[in-house]
Write a protein that binds this ligand. Structure first.
Ligand SMILES: Cc1cc2nc3c(=O)[nH]c(=O)nc-3n(C[C@H](O)[C@H](O)[C@H](O)COP(=O)(O)OP(=O)(O)OC[C@H]3O[C@@H](n4cnc5c(N)ncnc54)[C@H](O)[C@@H]3O)c2cc1C
Length: 484
């Protein structure tokens, strides 16, 4: 089935035992709580878009009625499938201007990749079939998954077993006939409290030989007993003005540390345990980087397009775009969009067959986007701030506009061919995108959502075949330089 927004909300309401902490309070009902109301409403709108034929894009696969499932669960077998995935993901990305990073299509894509490669069969037939059943369960019920795959920072110079508290990082405490008992913590579950299910799987190089108990992959409901979500301080308590904060009031994503107080992971939900070699191979062999790279590139492109639009609008609002050096900056960031779209299309053009007979977008262009997009994004943020200058920090509130000082505001805040109210509103959008708590989280998200950028680039070097480049160098040093 594909769920509507109301179906998603009803699913959250059914999870009465969820253990969520925010701003010093334990929340019983995330749907009703003012901190979560807006994030839930935004996600519900995405689910509604999935059911709405208005945008004319195919949003589901698998047939009609209960047979249908969200397109991001689709295992692509043809270029048409890849384009269908891209188009559906683009509808969701454009709906939130790319500001919702962990929309459901992200983790759906993770699960789809695991299923496509059959990776967990290597951990034993049962584990492979556990994953298949889990994929079918999440796909069949159109569940929203969050993921927490990073160990708490604690002491980064030490391995998991070397930490002062041996369960600072999530590890196995015990095993019994029902499953694994796990203790410790994982970060950073964006949308953890507002998701139906949580998946945990190992990052490459995160588990050291001899530290088997930290090698884990599983999926459980977010209301599993013993599971606790500790949210970061929220930016919006539900009262933020949409006029003054056009983005932060709509698109905040709750981030959370996930604490496991001796949580039972039933065997049927375990995909891998205590296999260090396999845990560290997951990212390179499960197509996960290809397919999630495709989703994040689509989302990132939508966001960069929006941000470049803001830069141009801000500049035009006071006609600084008549100056050559401003034109240069706008041209520079417009160029980013072409480069990103080009690399995204290249990944589709060079899609490759997998061992299972599926098709996946090529990895090198997507890994290049993973590394370069955060830098481009930082630059776009800077260009908006530099071009917007004091105009971004002079804007009063909506209340001021409606007060007795309204005529002063109308006289002195106008721009070039734009009235004061519209210019202030635009300035607020630009500051919300770049400078507010919301805007700064957006920046930090782009820097780190795909892991440590140092390792992202190093992986590109380590995994990419560079034989053709070496051959060119060799030819230049040979007697037969022109023999192409
Ligand atoms: C807004 C936001 C949302 C996120 N959402 C999610 C999510 O939904 N799910 C999820 O699982 N994760 C999520 N992440 C977490 C993200 O995956 C991590 O932030 C990322 O993997 C980097 O890890 P870290 O933050 O622990 O930084 P660290 O790994 O601690 O790195 C910090 C700095 O120290 C350096 N460093 C650390 N260790 C080493 C080392 N061993 N060798 C050399 N240098 C080192 C790094 O290069 C880096 O500069 C999110 C992050 C952010 C900021």
């Amino acid at each position: 089935m594909i769920r509507s927004g109301q179906d998603y909300i009803a699913g959250l309401q059914a999870q009465a035992k969820k253990n969520v902490w925010i701003a010093g309070r334990k929340i019983d009902d995330v749907v009703a709580d003012p901190h979560f109301k807006r994030p839930v409403a935004t996600l519900a709108e995405l689910y509604d878009l999935q059911c709405s034929p208005q945008h004319g894009v195919k949003m589901s696969a698998g047939g009609a009625g209960n047979e249908a499932y969200g397109l991001s669960f689709l295992i692509p077998h043809s270029t048409e499938d890849i384009f269908d995935r891209r188009n559906a993901m683009t509808v969701w990305a454009n709906a939130t201007f790319g500001m919702v990073g962990r929309s459901p299509d992200y983790c759906n894509t993770v699960l789809m990749s695991f299923e496509e490669t059959g990776f967990f069969h290597q951990a034993g037939a049962d584990f492979g079939s556990n994953l298949s059943k889990y994929y079918e369960y999440c796909r069949g019920n159109d569940l929203f998954l969050t993921h927490a795959i990073v160990n708490p920072q604690t002491d980064r110079s030490k391995t998991s077993a070397e930490q002062e508290n041996p369960y600072a990082h999530l590890g196995i405490v015990n095993k019994n006939s029902e499953g694994l008992i796990v203790r410790g913590a994982k970060m950073l579950a964006t949308h953890g409290p507002t998701a139906d299910e949580l998946i945990v799987y190992p990052l490459p190089g995160s588990v050291m030989p001899g530290e088997e108990k930290y090698a884990l992959a599983f999926g459980i409901p977010t209301d599993t007993p013993g599971l606790k979500f500790i949210c970061r301080e929220p930016f919006d308590d539900g009262s933020m003005s949409p006029w003054d904060h056009p983005l932060g009031s709509r698109f905040e994503e709750p981030d959370a540390m996930v604490v496991f107080d001796d949580v039972l992971i039933p065997w049927e939900r375990v995909f891998l345990h205590e296999n260090v070699a396999l845990a560290n191979k997951l990212f390179t062999s499960a197509s996960i980087q290809n397919n999630t790279g495709h989703q994040t590139a689509v989302r990132g492109l939508a966001k960069c397009r929006f941000m470049v639009g803001i830069a141009i609008a801000v500049s035009r609002s006071v006609k600084t775009d008549v100056f050559l050096h401003v034109q240069e900056q706008l041209g520079e960031i417009l160029g980013f969009l072409q480069l990103l779209e080009g690399a995204l299309s290249l990944s589709e053009l060079k899609a490759e067959k997998t061992e299972s007979g599926a098709l996946r977008p090529a990895w090198p262009p997507l890994q290049s986007i993973r590394y370069h997009l955060p830098r481009m994004y930082e630059r776009i943020v800077k260009v908006i701030q530099v071009i917007g200058a004091g105009g971004l920090l002079i804007n009063p509130t909506r209340e001021d506009l409606l007060s007795e000082i309204g005529p002063d505001i109308a006289a002195y805040y106008r721009g070039a061919g734009i009235d004061a109210e519209s210019r202030i509103h635009l300035g607020k959008l630009a500051w919300d995108a770049t400078g507010t708590q919301f805007g700064q989280r957006m920046l930090q998200y782009e820097r780190y959502y795909a892991g440590d950028p140092v390792r992202v680039a190093a992986t590109l070097y380590m995994r990419q075949n560079v034989d053709d480049l070496m051959a060119m160098v060799k030819r230049a040093l040979s007697d037969n330089v022109m023999a192409v």
